[in-house]
Design a binder for this molecule. Sequence first.
Ligand code: CTP
Ligand code: CA
Length: 246
Amino acid sequence: ARTPAHDSALAGLRVVVSAGGTREPLDPVRYLGNRSSGKQGYALAAEALHRGAHVTLVTTASLPDPVGADVVRVETARELQDAMTAAAAEADVVVMAAAVADFRPAEYVGTKIKKTQAAPGEEEPDDAPVVRLVRNPDVLAGLVHHRDELRTRTGDPDAGPLVVGFAAETGDETGDVLHHARAKLARKGSDLLVANEVGVGVTFGQDDTTVHVLAPGGRVLLTAGPTTKAAASAAVWDAVEEALRG
Ligand code: CTP
Ligand code: CA
């Protein structure tokens, strides 16, 4: 076991981390989901606990609870938003590591969706349903908005939590991972953005990851990896500590 890091700037602070991929139900037995395992969020929670923070973990995943964390279980983006908004009101640092579904089924069917059965000898009916999607709330943007409102209302430029976003990026013909991450940071307005390099077989559910931590304006504070999610988490908290110290 490692010795507690008593000199950490996180010691005694209240930290909220979201983890896992949201599940958006179609009916009582089916959902739209994504490949997020939740491991990065759990690793972040474990490292924050190690550094002496009080940790609330808002999660969709069923991994073992980090010892000492308050764990709040959610499924959908809207449940995650409610839990994060409530927890952020008392927090010093909020980290949105969850993979939140951008869209959810427009309608939830309260009973199991059934296919019509063909009579023996008849052709299979052409009865495939069309699933219409609607946008989910942007939880991270909402947290930033709340915090900015609080700052305006109180006149205190340091009121509210430090907000950290994540961005899973692959890079494409329009730009590389950092290009997309910088654009996302500008759009979201978070205090830090952790850009996660993803690709086929990379990061989602895997143990090794590469992260770049960006500050407003797009400066790369640090890069870690390819390395374990535990080591990447230490790098993220190092960057948060630096930001907290100003
Ligand atoms: N996020 C969120 N709520 C959403 C979608 C994303 O809070 N409805 C958060 C994620 O937790 C992450 C950050 O926003 O911290 C970036 O998520 P990402 O999916 O990379 O960005 P999007 O803005 O959704 O853009 P896109 O998926 O189109 O790249
Ligand atoms: Ca998204």
